[in-house]
Design a protein around this ligand. Structure first.
Ligand code: ADP
Ligand code: MG
Length: 455
């Protein structure tokens, strides 16, 4: 059966994952509904269990194999005994949550989403690009008199917004266990809202959300344009603020840049403190890599990496920390499989695809956002037909940057900038080249922007 399950698994999780994670497994036995596999390191077992456990069980199910649990035990092959004897990793089907009737304690569970254990302040590496956001989060996590309300965190994908929110929640919960801290994504908020409407439980919904002490809503840009959800959010928001309850919101851009967000919500969001997480820089990326390696070593086993490998990754991999983590995880896997020092060549080879993608480092979005910041213009103006100089120039600069820093074609760039014709883009790029030669201010702007975006 394992042979058959394996085959369909390859289609389900992709060839790459399959080769890295499934192929090295050795099938040990299948008894009493438990399928046992040998792994070389506990990291490998952990990873397979966490990421592919569910899919593996699904494949067994399809074959009616009667497997409902997976076990991964470390079976060091040749020399190198495992650091310490470790309990085998198990993957059991998640139990369906039992309906619970008890109030308070379970209400948060009903309202909020679970918090990730790894997202604590301890594990958040602070650097220039995120120090303000971190400081604000710390302050809010100290509790006490509500200082910044709401706290609005924004920044691009993978820069640590969710991590910081969870960290605040953990910290508050630890300091004052009686506090009712609720964390959820804006999408979940909407989902609960719609459910309450459908089940005619709006009174409950309202009173539940209005009775929390701290409300955190992640990725609030999601409810932009969803009118009735926004409306409900607005009322909840006001009710909590009136009671001096702390609110923490995140989004992928500044309140003023979220299209489709009602003006009244936008201005309320700006009442408190608005801080952004900037794209990571080299030092921060290196810091994060070093911390993750330390963690791996303390949790799993010794890991030998040649000098310069982490520096290389910090240089070459884009500013999204999630991508950085993905690369590192692959190196850990590699190390646990080959059992010797990871050299730069090995790293380069095994990460070729990630490195290639990261070469297209700068995205159109980043360029546009940077331009808005730099020239203090609105995204909507940048995309509008307006042609006044104070908007046209930043727009041309953005197109010039897009041409030089991304792999986009003229038509693609035009399309992204409010559906403009490719000749407009060609003209813009020429115009900036011309101006750079004549006007030192323009030359300076161009250079500075380019460097900031490539950092
Ligand atoms: P966002 O919500 O902004 O998209 P996340 O908070 O989900 O980003 O972060 C993506 C991943 O990167 C998470 O695994 C998180 O732990 C990690 N990460 C981001 N910033 C840091 C940091 N400063 N230090 C350590 N890990 C970080
Ligand atoms: Mg997030």
């Amino acid at each position: 059966t394992w042979g058959q399950a394996r085959e369909s698994l390859q289609t389900a999780i992709g060839k790459n994952n399959y080769q890295t994670w499934i192929e090295p497994l050795t099938f040990v036995s299948c008894e009493d509904g438990v399928a046992e596999f040998g792994v070389q390191t506990s990291f490998q077992g952990d990873w397979v269990s966490r990421n592919f456990g569910e899919e593996m069980l699904r494949q067994f199910d399809k074959l009616d194999a009667g497997v409902d649990r997976l076990r991964f035990s470390v079976q060091p092959k040749r020399s190198a005994p495992a650091k310490q004897a470790q309990a085998p990793e198990e993957f059991a089907r998640p139990q369906a949550p039992k309906p619970q009737k008890k109030a308070t304690a379970t209400e948060e569970a009903l309202l909020g989403a679970p918090l990730d254990k790894r997202f604590t302040f301890d594990r958040f590496v602070v650097g220039k690009p995120n120090e303000l956001a971190h400081a604000a989060a710390r302050r809010v996590a100290e509790g006490g008199p509500v200082s910044f309300n709401p706290l609005f965190l924004y920044g691009g994908v993978g820069l640590g917004k969710t991590h910081l929110m969870h960290a605040i929640a953990w910290e508050l919960q630890q300091r004052s266990p009686e506090l009712r801290v609720v964390y959820l994504s804006a999408e979940q908020f909407m989902y609960r809202f719609i459910q309450a409407l459908r089940d005619r439980q709006m009174m409950d919904f309202k009173s539940l959300f209005r009775s929390v002490d701290v409300l955190m809503v992640d990725d609030v840009q999601f409810i932009a344009g969803k009118d009735s959800t926004q409306d409900e959010f607005f009322h909840t928001f006001n009710a909590l603020i009136d009671q001096q309850k702390q609110i923490i919101i995140s989004a992928d851009r500044a309140p003023g840049e979220i299209d489709g967000l009602e003006e009244r919500i936008r201005s309320r969001l700006q009442w408190g403190l608005v801080v952004d997480l900037h794209p990571t820089d080299y030092e921060l990326r290196l810091g994060i890599l070093q911390q993750k390696v330390e963690q791996y070593r303390s949790q799993y086993q010794e890991l030998k990496i040649s000098d310069g490998v982490l520096e290389f990754l910090a240089h070459r991999i884009s500013n999204n920390v999630r991508v950085l983590e993905g690369a590192l995880t692959r190196l850990f896997a590699l190390a646990s499989l080959v059992g010797r020092e990871i050299t730069l060549e090995m790293a380069q080879e095994s990460l070729a695809d990630i490195l290639r993608q990261s070469d297209r480092k700068v995205t159109m979005d980043e360029i546009m956002r940077k331009i808005c910041d730099y020239y203090n213009v609105r995204m909507s103006d940048l995309l509008s037909p307006k042609r006044s100089r104070n908007i046209a120039r930043p727009r041309q600069m953005a197109m010039w940057l897009a041409k030089h820093l991304t792999q986009r074609s003229y038509p693609e760039i035009g399309k992204r900038f409010g559906n403009r014709d490719h000749t407009t883009v060609i003209h813009a790029v020429r115009k900036i080249e011309e101006l750079k030669a004549q006007d030192s201010q323009v030359a300076e702007d161009a250079e500075l922007l380019r460097r900031m975006l490539e950092a």
